[in-house]
Design a protein around this ligand. Sequence first.
Ligand SMILES: Cc1ncc(C[n+]2csc(CCOP(=O)(O)OP(=O)(O)O)c2C)c(N)n1
Length: 626
Amino acid sequence: MPPIQSPQELKALPAEQLPELAEKIRRTLIETLAETGGHLGPNLGVVELTLAMHRVFNTPKDKFVWDVAHQAYVHKMLTGRWDRIGTIRQYEGLNGFALRTESEHDCYGAGHAGTALSAALGMAAGRDLKGDDDHVICVAGDAAFTCGPTFEALNNVAAHTKKLIVVLNDNEWSIDKNVGAIAKYFNHIATNTTYASLHQSAADFLEKVAGKGIRHFAGKVEETAKGIVLAASKQPAPTSSMIFEEFGMRYYGPIDGHDVNLLIKTFEFLKTQNMPVLLHIITEKGRGYKPALEDPGKFHGLGKYNIETGETQGTATPTYSQIYARSVTDFAKADEKIVAITAAMPGGTGLSVFKKELPQRYYDVGIAEEHAALFACGLATQGLKPFLTIYSTFMQRAIDMIIHDMAIQNLPVRLCMDRGGLSGDDGPTHHGLFDIAYLRGIPNLVHMQPKDEDEFVDMLWTMANYEKGPIAIRYPRGTGPGVKVKEQPSLMEIGKAEVLADGTDVALIALGDICETAKEAKQMLEAKGLSVALINARWIKPLDGATIEAFAKKAKVVCTFEDHVLMNGFGCGVIEHLATAGIDTPVVRIGWPDEFIEHGTIPILRTKHGLTAERAVELVLSRLGA
Ligand SMILES: Cc1ncc(C[n+]2csc(CCOP(=O)(O)OP(=O)(O)O)c2C)c(N)n1
């Protein structure tokens, strides 16, 4: 069977060939992602769903809104991008998420969780206002229902449209096992005997769609449904009127999300409905690939793997996330006030170590960064020492909580921002390039970044012992320069930079791991006969004004380095400080330009956008008029 090039081709395929097509899509994904990496498990889980959606609806007229949109690979393949699926997440290749600029079939971009229902509702309301008749279908995973915005949207659905289809793709997993009361609730629905009556209504509605003879078919539906029911639950039944019904949506399900014909018939029915509907489907994350079924967390998203075994390559030196989790867990063993919080990222942040060794002081709150920040504030009022561990890009969700709750009340919450800097292949939705900008202007807050692994642990130790107010750290994805971490960490002096080399012509001031690039620039400038100072800034806030002033006064040009947007970044802080101090030494800056940076490997993107020693040398020399 040749690749499908468009939704029209898919529609022309005889129905009996759909299972074969599903199999082909799975094989393509498993083989391709073994080379490129990517979100394998979620995509293997939505093959039949996506086929059914494209059989019944007509994109781009009809709108598919994918939550997170990490599960949109199959949709990409069926909408003219099959041949490019091998370029996914690579520089100049397909983006790993839905992207409006990539295809007219991607009506809404994403990357962060919990946005789809609100956006889909807005689209439906807009369509209603315009008097159009297209369908809007929102696909959200069970973990999207741990996000505040999803519930805010649910609260409004019934009031704002009469025509919206929401698919709850329930596989029981977020990246890790899904958490909280809502996960339990979905599990009750899926496992409780009351499902039988729900399937009676499934039979009823299918009869309406397909007419007589469907009872026979409905019997099969019932069987299929029984087949997918998980182990019988001893829990009490959920109240019969589902939570979604209370929100004014008609609930259908749960049905087998891998039965493509059942899905097609169901969508044919749902599109006739004149009220918002929610279809609950049960799917398997990693369906069709044993290693992914055995370890759904790992196969949620990963790098290259061996197809036979599912094995991935580890790193030679520990990553910042691993060092973080090991250190904080060790500190917590000696200090019972330390608690760790993650917003659904125990694997990515490394905190699964803390979970395993100190489960009673570990909190996974779900994909709920705003709540996580407030929860940490509450813990801090109780004299505990919360380590709020959230990627820089996801901390964006919690800005108001950081200002309104944490900083104004000066609560000692430790904000630990993994992936501070370019994230690489995930692209613009995931780059951690804004945290300096959004934290720099907040009073009471301390913010820092280490240049290497050993300094990182010293900083974490300093945070563990800091009680005066909120304190933040950013650290990059992956491994650092490989500096060995000493046995006992040392306390650092807050707001004191490290002078790595003295010099009088040029002062290089670098923040974080990009210090390595500054070192290269130093050597290149020295080779041209210049005297070059190198300062490891360490502190974004408070800035070490005295050291910066002293070196700026001596030098003819200052060059700052940061893995952050230049706009309102670290270098801006240096310029601001020097201007206030009346020092007019020119400042040139290395950092990310005022645009959204595409996806690709970090070295490719740093070279393309000028975060290199060569570019620094060029800027410095042109300022010197050399
Ligand atoms: C705001 C935010 N926090 C965290 C993440 C990281 N993240 C990506 S996908 C995901 C889990 C999604 O689970 P679910 O919606 O159930 O879909 P599934 O992958 O199980 O199909 C998480 C936590 C994110 N994308 N956005």
